[in-house]
Design a binder for this molecule. Structure first.
Ligand SMILES: [Fe+2]
Length: 430
């Protein structure tokens, strides 16, 4: 098991003299590259596909303007998207399609190269594991293990730990630690009552070893990347794929104290940002929506194809950050920033956990006294910068308090409060 080596910890007081340690992530998840003929013959019993699994077919030219991956690559090459680290939360392919997996892996490396971000930080998804032995015949993870460049990392020590212990630790910056968890390590195994590929799981080694493994170095920025969700998201009851021991994992990270951990996952194609608990040291759970998967009917209207830019920083041991969601417009064949959809809003934050009544007082003092005057949420954030890191889910109760206690009403173009901060406006009703 690779253990973190003691390192000098950069100061994290966030004073004007020295900026706090920070990092920008580009997060893509559930890209689901696929080969149409493989899907038809290996998956669909020879019957033609009625629905494509994703927008990323191996039949689409790498430079086709309709190709969402190429569109992102162009944004990076044009300098419109920049990041220090490229992250993918798994499901490179669909049904362990070997051709598409190779293509997806090479595409992620091309993107990371364009970002000058080093090797991509990627974990395995259930669709990357041949748990039904359709193509491998030996190990369900054979195709992943034989990728070139090596998966998940060219660091052979880290890769060995990932495959044998179900996790590894990557230290990508002097102040950034990433734990890669393999929640699919038991896929392909089953008992009479439990088919492991039906759900994710965190390994025993990970749960036992985290506290010791990170003891030597209290990194200011800590991320745990996994594919399956450690906690159920608001979903129809038929889904049972939540990662086993997810609650144990979240409790373990919480017990480590501050700075808080950021847990990044994919799999459900339902984006959300939440705190694991109300405790000050609880992790932040960021569920990334799918980059390109065709969206299942039952979640249409609640999600979209998105990628994310996440800026995180550590100030006074509090992890806080901002995200920007880019949404794919099939009509325009382009990624759009600032588009408010049914998925995550165009932008938002996490890490500022105020007493809401106090935050409402601060906001009320900024709203114009004139009955015909309004102020945008973005201007409020500029004048009270902590509010940039308010959790998007905290916005509704805060707006309710503003109405009830201060006579302040809000409006937005789509009538919903969860919109990009430039679209929400506040004014007095009494
Ligand atoms: Fe998945």
């Amino acid at each position: 098991m690779p253990t973190a080596t003691p390192k000098p910890c950069p100061r994290s007081t966030g004073s004007a003299a020295t900026p706090p340690p920070s990092v920008r992530l580009l997060v893509v998840s559930d890209v689901h590259f696929h080969t149409p003929l493989f899907q038809q013959h290996q998956v669909n019993g020879g019957r033609s596909l009625t629905d494509s699994p994703s927008r990323l077919s191996t039949d689409i030219a790498l430079g086709d303007p309709q190709n969402p991956f190429y569109a992102l690559l162009r944004l990076v090459r044009d300098g419109k998207v920049k990041a220090d680290v490229l992250v993918c939360c798994g499901d490179l392919t669909t049904c362990a399609d070997p051709t598409a997996m190779n293509l997806g892996w090479l595409q992620l490396h091309r993107l990371a190269d364009a970002l000058k971000a080093g090797e991509p930080v990627v974990t395995a998804g259930n669709h990357d594991i041949d748990s039904r032995f359709k193509v491998s015949g030996t190990s369900p993870s054979r195709a992943l293990k034989l990728l070139d460049p090596p998966f998940p990392s060219a660091d052979s020590r880290a890769a060995a730990s990932y495959w044998s212990n179900g996790y590894c630790i990557l230290e990508r910056k002097p102040y950034l630690r990433i734990i890669l968890a393999n929640t699919c390590a038991l896929h392909g195994y089953s008992t009479e009552t439990d088919r492991q590929s039906d759900h994710g799981a965190f390994s025993e080694q990970l749960l036992h070893e985290i506290p010791t493994a990170i003891e030597a170095w209290r990194a200011p920025l800590n991320i745990l990347l996994c594919h399956h969700h450690p906690r159920e998201i608001d979903l129809p009851g038929e889904d049972r794929s939540v990662a086993r021991d997810g609650e144990r994992l979240l409790a373990t990270l919480e017990r480590l104290g501050q700075p808080n951990w950021l847990v990044l996952h994919g799999h459900r194609h339902l984006p959300s940002v939440k705190y694991a608990s109300s405790n000050a040291s609880s992790p932040i759970i960021f569920s990334a929506g799918s980059f390109a998967a065709s969206l299942h009917l039952r979640i249409q209207g609640r999600t979209a194809n998105q990628f994310y830019i996440i800026d995180i920083e550590n100030t006074d041991a509090q992890l806080r950050g901002r995200f920007e969601a880019w949404t794919w417009s099939q009509h325009e064949a382009e990624w759009r920033r600032g588009e408010d959809t049914s998925a995550l809003p165009a932008s938002g934050g996490f890490g500022y956990r105020p007493y809401l009544a106090h935050a409402a007082q601060v906001i009320a003092s900024l709203v114009p006294a004139r009955m015909d005057g309004t102020i945008s949420w973005r201007d409020i954030e500029t004048r009270a910068p902590d509010l940039r890191f308010l959790l998007i889910d905290d916005r509704s109760p805060l707006l309710d308090l503003l109405r009830a206690n201060h006579g302040i009403e809000w409006e937005s173009p789509n009538g919903r409060p969860m919109v990009g901060s430039g679209f929400l406006r506040l004014g007095r009703i009494r």
